[in-house]
Design a protein around this ligand. Structure first.
Ligand SMILES: Nc1ncnc2c1ncn2[C@@H]1O[C@H](COP(=O)(O)OP(=O)(O)O)[C@@H](O)[C@H]1O
Ligand SMILES: [Mg+2]
Length: 268
């Protein structure tokens, strides 16, 4: 059964688009899944720039304004089917139709990955409501954490639960909010801890998501572990390290995530 995964946060620049596009290419290229990546950041779309689709012909804006069908807006790049946004959009799109429009193509895929807007408005809501599973991206600082809390509240007000937190751009843990604090404040499990990685800037420059530009980079490795959980696979880990130091909290959380994901698939 198709799983629609929303990558959300009520803050720009935390890494939503980088994570959404990397996850999509990783699920296709390393786990053999069929994936649709959708740009639901209608006011400032940039999935196309991450996926090397610079001049899209038809876009999500055409779909949501009734000018095009979903199938005609699909551009295939790096093995992923992508519905990009328009850089020159006009007003008049019906963002809340996203879920309904996705329904026409969703069954063709194992995963639909939805990138979203940082605005606390209908744009983010449309992505949340079109998703079966939500991940909030946060950076380890208090201002962003407070925005993550708002995202979690918005989701729960709309009856959507969040499957996990992705901490991105971890730079200097001495001056950053810890995993424990983040889990305590948000009351949600952290399922990935991604370091600040200079290679990400290089990959963006090449318009190639980090997971294929350099799969073994710190960013690529962490996304790969998340993909393993999402596809019910065993993640690569050093057994010697686990034996000596025990499992990291995010590793345990990913095991729990995997069980939840696949249990719900059987029960639905
Ligand atoms: N882990 C990371 N390390 C270094 N740079 C990153 C990382 N994640 C994202 N970036 C960079 O941060 C910027 C914002 O990322 P982006 O994915 O566009 O954020 P958002 O979609 O949340 O606005 C981009 O320049 C991207 O390359
Ligand atoms: Mg973005």
């Amino acid at each position: 059964m198709t799983k629609a995964i929303g990558i959300v946060s009520i803050k720009g620049g935390v890494g939503k688009t980088t994570i959404a596009s990397s996850l999509a290419v990783d699920l296709v290229n390393h786990y053999g899944k069929k994936v649709l990546l959708v740009d639901a950041n209608y006011s400032a779309p940039n999935v196309g720039l991450h996926m090397d689709i610079v001049t899209p012909v038809k876009t999500i804006h055409d779909v949501l304004s009734g000018k095009a069908r979903m199938l005609s807006a699909i551009h295939t790049r790096y093995g992923v089917d992508v519905i990009p946004g328009s850089y020159f959009f006009s007003k008049g799109i019906q963002s809340m139709k996203l879920k309904d429009r996705l329904a026409s193509v969703k069954d063709n895929y194992d995963f639909v990955v939805i990138d979203s807007s940082p605005a606390l408005n209908e744009e983010t809501l449309s992505a949340m409501l079109a998703s079966d599973h939500l991940f909030v991206v946060t950076t380890p600082d208090y201002p962003t954490l407070s925005c993550s809390l708002r995202a979690a509240r918005l989701a729960s007000q709309r009856g959507k639960s969040i499957d996990g937190i992705i901490i991105n751009k971890i730079r200097n843990p001495e001056y950053e909010v810890t995993l424990d604090e983040i889990e305590d404040v948000l009351e949600l499990p952290v399922v990935a801890k991604i370091p600040d990685d200079e290679g990400v800037l290089k990959s963006l420059f090449m318009r190639m998501p980090p997971s294929i530009y350099n799969r073994k980079s710190p960013f690529g490795k962490e996304i790969n572990k998340l993909s393993a959980a999402l596809t019910n696979q065993t993640e690569k880990m050093s057994w010697l390290k686990s034996f000596l130091f025990g499992f990291k909290r995010e590793e345990v959380n990913r095991q729990v995530l995997k069980q939840g994901f696949y249990r719900s698939a059987f029960s639905s």
